[in-house]
Write a protein that binds this ligand. Structure first.
Ligand SMILES: Nc1ncnc2c1ncn2[C@@H]1O[C@H](COP(=O)(O)OP(=O)(O)OP(=O)(O)O)[C@@H](O)[C@H]1O
Ligand SMILES: [Mg+2]
Length: 302
């Protein structure tokens, strides 16, 4: 872990020269409470970068039946996407499918799990007709399980001295990327683990989350960050800041209709992409996974 004092700034440090020069160009935050208020400024500054990237980069597809139809062209390749939903709403399955579909098309995919083991995740994949083991053998998929307690001690140690100015090395704290593996897509299951470590209302949490988003941006990957919410989320993250930092938000709902539960999803936002803004039902099917019905209605009275 690298903690270094440098002016009044937080800096994301990376190991390779390219990202280190990139990170130096990043907008740096002060460690006082103003840093949180300045998030909206970041968003504005981020927009020109988004437009620039859009001209050169393409879009990705999820490969999930019915979901890609909700995007005109797809999800911008560089986007960070919050996948928000309640317990058992299908967040893990959705993300496993997105990665497995991409890996089957030759992309390198990384699944970082703070919850389920690789064995359990591979079993899930098998149940939904996804050949996880084969993709791992081909070097296209990596599942890395992280211990939340190890993360907790790293982050706590990191933020313990946040009184003055220091340098945060997000990569070294989280050790996100396995050596020699350059992913195209990353899933983080879940970002809410961080909220169990740091109180989401405290500044340290927000600063850390903001640094995490900036770090993912510097990697040039499509990232999917799972966020645990209520069954019918009205807020998509623990602090309420994550949905502003993320480029996209996909919300999974678990509605109660009389004595049954209905699954539905909605793309709340996707910077740089035209989306259909509507609530659509989906099912989780054995052997198939998530199937979205873009033409169907969740409630007849809608
Ligand atoms: N073989 C299967 N066939 C159909 N549905 C299944 C099958 N296996 C699991 N499910 C459904 O998938 C849901 C779990 O999905 P998933 O693990 O992706 O949820 P999650 O949102 O990640 O939950 P958590 O917040 O607990 O991590 C279960 O609630 C269950 O209804
Ligand atoms: Mg899960």
């Amino acid at each position: 872990m690298n903690l270094k004092s440098r002016g009044e700034k937080f800096i994301v440090r990376s190991k390779d020269k390219k990202s280190s020069s990139r990170s130096q160009k990043q907008i740096l935050r002060k460690t006082n409470s103003e840093s949180v208020k300045k998030l909206s400024v970041n968003k504005i500054q981020g927009k020109s970068k988004i437009l620039k990237k859009l001209l050169t980069d393409g879009y990705i597809h999820t490969g999930i039946s019915g979901l890609d139809e909700l995007f005109e062209k797809g999800i911008p390749k560089w986007a960070s996407v919050l996948v928000a939903g309640g317990p058992g709403s299908g967040k893990t399955i959705l993300c496993l499918q997105i990665l497995a579909n991409a890996a089957a098309h030759g992309e390198r995919c990384l699944y970082i799990s703070f919850e389920e083991s690789e064995k359990r995740l591979l079993e899930h994949m098998k149940n939904f007709g996804l050949s996880g083991e084969e993709l791992i053998k081909k070097g296209k998929l990596k599942i890395v399980r992280k211990d939340p307690f190890v993360l907790a001690s790293s982050v706590e140690a990191l933020l313990a001295d946040v009184r003055g100015e220091l340098l945060i090395d997000v990569e070294e704290v989280l050790e996100i990327i396995p050596p020699g593996f350059k992913p195209d897509r990353i899933v983080f299951d879940s970002i809410s683990t961080i909220a169990t470590i740091l109180p989401p209302k405290e500044e340290g949490y927000r600063v850390f989350i903001e640094q995490l988003f900036r770090y993912l941006e510097s990697l040039d990957v499509t990232s999917f960050l799972i966020s645990e919410t209520e069954q019918v989320p009205v807020k998509y993250s623990d602090s309420g800041v994550e949905e502003f930092l993320a480029d996209g938000v996909i919300a999974l709902y678990n509605y109660r209709k009389q004595n049954v539960r209905v699954s539905a999803l909605e793309i709340i936002k996707m910077r740089g992409a035209k989306i259909e803004k509507k609530l659509v039902p989906f099912e989780i099917k054995g052997g198939k996974g998530i199937v979205v019905y873009p033409e169907a209605m969740v409630f007849e009275e809608f």
